[in-house]
Design a protein. Structure first.
Length: 202
């Protein structure tokens, strides 16, 4: 069972994602024990257990009973899912993972920009418009477009008219994924935006 991460757990989750992607923890490395990580980040051991479960669900680590938690081999492209709504974010992650793609996730613009700045291999940003407000979502889209102009960006929205102010500007998203998200539409978006070989963590 994957628990929804609270603010402290999300902070640890993001920090560990950055360390893994930045090569501080390399593929095959065993992470420190959950007790050591709890001391390092100043959180409860159960919080670390939830964070490690989430990283495993993301395909970034594998946990082996009696041996520890190991960093998975990472190569190629990843999908960064950005959504302030925890349920929507979880469903998107599950759908992307079922299609064989590696995922990262962020609950808001600041967390997402941190991952983009420090993570190698992000090939697609899959972002909601409400982050949690439309103004914040628009600002995030513009920031991604201007700082990473060649990065594929797909916007998830139930109201395409919400994007009207971007039409005809350099910030206009290349891809739009309508809500509710259907598996076939998502598969097509991933096929357009990502290399053909899906990433798997053995």
């Amino acid at each position: 069972m994957i628990y929804e991460l609270g603010p402290r757990a999300r902070r640890v989750h993001t920090a560990l994602q950055v360390r893994i992607q930045h090569g501080v923890f390399r593929p095959g490395d065993r992470l420190p024990s959950h007790l050591d990580l709890a001391r390092e980040y100043g959180v409860a051991p159960m919080t670390i257990r939830h964070v490690l479960a989430q990283l495993e669900a993301d395909g970034q680590v594998r946990r082996e009973h009696g041996r520890g938690t190991f960093v998975c081999e990472r190569s190629g492209s990843q999908v960064l899912i950005v959504d302030a709504d925890a349920t929507s974010r979880r469903l998107l992650r599950q759908q992307v993972s079922q299609l064989g793609r590696a995922t990262l996730e962020a609950a808001g613009p600041d967390e997402a920009l941190t991952l983009l700045e420090h993570t190698r291999g992000i090939a697609l940003v899959l972002s909601a418009v409400q982050l949690p407000t439309r103004a914040a979502g628009m600002a995030f889209i513009r920031a991604v477009r201007r700082r990473w102009p060649t990065l594929s960006l797909a916007v998830v929205t139930g109201e395409v008219a919400a994007l009207a102010e971007l039409v005809g500007t350099p910030d206009w998203p290349l891809l739009i994924l309508s809500q509710p998200v259907f598996g076939e539409h998502l598969r097509q978006i991933l096929a357009l935006a990502l290399p053909k070989d899906p990433i798997r963590c053995a």
